[in-house]
Design a protein. Structure first.
Length: 170
């Protein structure tokens, strides 16, 4: 089953294939499956209400995870990645699409995500899209850091072998 309706592109439930309905008047734009009561939301939307270190870790785990056996994304034709999250001892397994950043939450999982307390004073206003750009920049920075660590490890291994070959290391 692929994500979205083939004729309209509307989000569809990855579990039962039913068209998802937007949930009105919620702080986080989510879609609900009328068949199984699962929910779909984007990472950016969840960050508005549930921004926590656990959610950041969820995204990093999803980027590293293998897509093998994942659900179909409700909004795009990609496979989602199953990622375990343990916010404050509440083991949750979420399905994350690293292409369109949609997160699928089975019944009850949205309510179990940690809620960030609202600040008492309003934050400085950001230009439209700036918050999403900042999140993207953080993720890109983390991934670049991970790539540089992997590259340094490869270079170190190659240098060790070279030293062994020329007799500099015993």
């Amino acid at each position: 089953m692929s994500g979205g309706s083939p004729d309209t592109g509307d989000p569809r439930c990855p579990r039962c294939g039913v068209a998802l309905a937007p949930i009105p008047r919620t702080p986080v734009l989510t879609y609900r499956c009328p068949g199984c009561d699962g929910r779909a939301a984007t990472l950016a939307a969840l960050r508005r209400e549930h921004d926590s270190p656990e959610l950041t870790e969820l995204w990093f785990q999803a980027r590293r995870a293998s897509p093998a056996g994942g659900l179909a994304c409700p909004t795009c034709p990609s496979s989602m990645k199953r990622v375990a999250l343990d916010p404050r001892g509440l083991a949750i397994e979420l399905d994350v699409c690293t292409i369109c950043e949609t997160i699928w939450l089975d019944p009850g999982e949205l309510e179990r995500l940690p809620v960030t307390p609202r600040p008492t004073s309003p934050p400085d206003p950001l230009l439209p899209g700036a918050e999403d750009a900042l999140v993207d920049a953080r993720v890109r920075g983390y991934l670049a850091h991970q790539r540089s660590l992997a590259h340094a490890q490869q270079v170190g291994t190659a240098l060790e072998w070279l030293c062994v070959l020329v007799g500099w290391w015993a």
